[in-house]
Design a protein around this ligand. Sequence first.
Ligand code: UDP
Length: 330
Amino acid sequence: MDFSTARKSRKRVLVAGGAGFIGSHLCDALLAEGSQVVCVDSFLTSTEANIEPLRNSPGFSVIVHDICKPLLLDDKVDEIYNLACAASPPRYQADPVHTMMTSVVGTHNLLALAEDHGARFLQASTSEIYGDPHVHPQPEDYHGNVNCTGPRACYDEGKRAAEALCFDLLRLGRVDARVARIFNTYGPRMQADDGRIVSNFINQALKDEPLTIYGTGQQTRSFCYVSDMVRGLMALMAMNPNPGLPVNLGNPEEATVAELASLIGRMIPGGGLVTHCPLPQDDPQRRRPDISRARDLLGWSPRIALHEGLERTIVWFRLAARDAKAGLNV
Ligand code: UDP
């Protein structure tokens, strides 16, 4: 297949997982650039509220569908982003078999759709494919250290298998597939109760509860603001020709869990207390993306520093809490 054929000016883009945290921001950005957007979502771990403001946008439509089942569409799509999968450890471990199937069977179904439509395909992979890494920071050619029998394997191994499917279909010349490895991302529309560190800490601090540090708090993560992530995903989808390699997307600004607790504690009055809880099994000890490839190939790097991104996220969670109190649908 010739992947370089001329593309229409008004694209029709399918976003699987389009009602999720990153997916809904991607839908916003695609509509803003003039694309038509088909949001496909099972709503198992996402919320209607994320796409409520888009419901009346011209060119926006929603299909309620679990990608574990084949998806047939009459109207042609030009691009498919696959962000459909539970992504926080408590959520993806709640139904581990479904998580694995979403990445393996679901990605296979969407790749079949992409092949059928001659659509470009972007797979949302993850820093989790590096497991608990022995190489730091993590470049894309590091093959990772995943415990394939542990509780995170349903997500990590599912996403690794999805990458393999993408690169096989690319090598076979059947799908113009691209793979972004997304590192920890935060911002408005994270779910307050999905168990991730940024949403947990902000909501705990807003409720004057102690921040729950798992383990010693010396483990690290590197946090990317959601608008930077969306820009990176769109740049990778737009790249011509297909780089044919996975690309890390994330913010290399690394912090320990304890440092993040202290920062959020200082940003929210009354949020200074912490409590220690057991470290979850196989929790990666260090994580920071090497983003040289994204810089070189896409000219991409994050613009929003951690403090600024947290300020915006705190403002959003404050408003969401106020609306929830007032009985509004958020
Ligand atoms: N974490 C924590 N307290 C929380 C939630 C998470 O200390 O309330 C820790 C967790 O153990 C991990 C890090 O924060 O070391 C990031 O966890 P998260 O679930 O946000 O993402 P992931 O582990 O998938 O990177």
